[in-house]
Ligand binder design. Structure first.
Ligand code: SF4
Length: 304
């Protein structure tokens, strides 16, 4: 079988070993070297172009069904749990905890839950909205496992590396939010980021109020493509007498967007985290659809 292997950035270091193993099993193997952001980003075009029968996608669970043969190889990582003991001091006073993590550590949730229960806490594990598949699992674009239990918990604990995932959950909840990074051996309270992100969002709206032309970003990635939303947004913008165009790309390159100097602002319909995490890489404001609607409302109200 001709297969195309696809790895997220953190797992690309193991690509050759996996390729050789599959070759020994009699497959013809190719490796995608493109950036890979999630299971929303399957290399279907690359696979079709090289006549592959199957994509083997490492490190993510299925995002949604696609019309191509895809095998998902989840990557379980057994992170050390010693940070849990250290976390008890910071979690004093919080009786009910909501636990969230990424797909790599979802199999450790039971052990984490047991640990906290043995130390007098109650633990809740929420369900994702749909893109994420397992209880307690969060994605940058599916934080249902946190949001659905916000009212019942006293605090949240994210277990895993990095801040990309917990920040998404933080912004959709209102309770104290702790991140335990078992690799760095650090526990952080993230609550201050709520204000920071709110301020940045306001900044994008204010900076777009005078825009005479807006570019609408549509990604062709399987799990990010939303042309219907882009068209709706284009109509809304044009109704207000602002010029608009839909900009299509697989992965948006910020230098190329900067080169489109006729646009005064952009609005994103692709990965929802592009506007919040990468917006600052553009000199022009890059809004989320909600921020755009807020901006249009302010203009309509005659403030601009
Ligand atoms: S957060 Fe963005 S990159 Fe991650 S799975 Fe969702 S759409 Fe894909």
């Amino acid at each position: 079988m001709r297969v195309l292997l696809q790895f997220p950035e953190g797992l690309k270091q193991f690509a050759l070993s996996h390729a050789k193993k599959l070759e020994e099993e009699g497959n013809e193997v190719f490796i995608s070297s493109s950036p890979t952001f999630g299971a929303c980003d399957l290399a279907i075009d690359e696979a079709k172009n090289i006549g592959a029968d199957k994509i083997v996608h490492f490190g993510h669970a299925e995002f949604h069904h696609v019309d191509f043969n895809v095998e998902y190889v989840e990557y379980k990582i057994d992170a050390p749990l010693d940070m849990l003991t250290q976390s008890l001091e910071g979690l004093k006073g919080f009786k009910v905890l909501g636990i969230v993590t990424t797909i790599q550590h979802v199999h450790q949730i039971e052990s984490i839950k047991r640990f906290y229960e043995e130390h007098g806490k109650s633990v809740l594990v929420g369900k994702p909205y749909g893109f994420a598949k397992k209880p307690g699992q969060i994605l940058g674009c599916d934080v249902g496992s946190a949001a659905t239990i916000n009212a019942q918990v006293d605090a949240f604990v994210y277990f895993g590396g990095g801040l990309f995932h917990p920040i998404g959950a933080l912004l959709s909840t209102t309770k104290p939010f702790f991140s335990i990074d078992p690799f760095e051996g650090k526990m952080l309270k993230l609550d201050d980021y709520r204000e920071t992100y709110k301020r940045r969002s306001k900044g994008r709206i204010v900076a777009s109020l005078e825009a005479k032309s807006i570019g609408i970003l549509v990604s062709t990635k399987n799990g990010q493509y939303n042309m219907a939303l882009a068209k709706l947004i284009k109509d809304k913008i044009e109704e207000r007498g602002i010029s608009a165009a839909i900009l299509v790309s697989n992965t948006f390159d910020f230098t190329s967007l900067e080169n489109m100097t006729e646009f005064d602002a952009f609005v994103n319909t692709a990965c929802p985290r592009i506007a919040t995490e990468d917006g600052d890489r553009l000199r022009k404001p890059l809004m989320s659809p909600n921020e755009l609607m807020e901006m249009l409302e302010i203009r309509k109200a005659g403030k601009r």
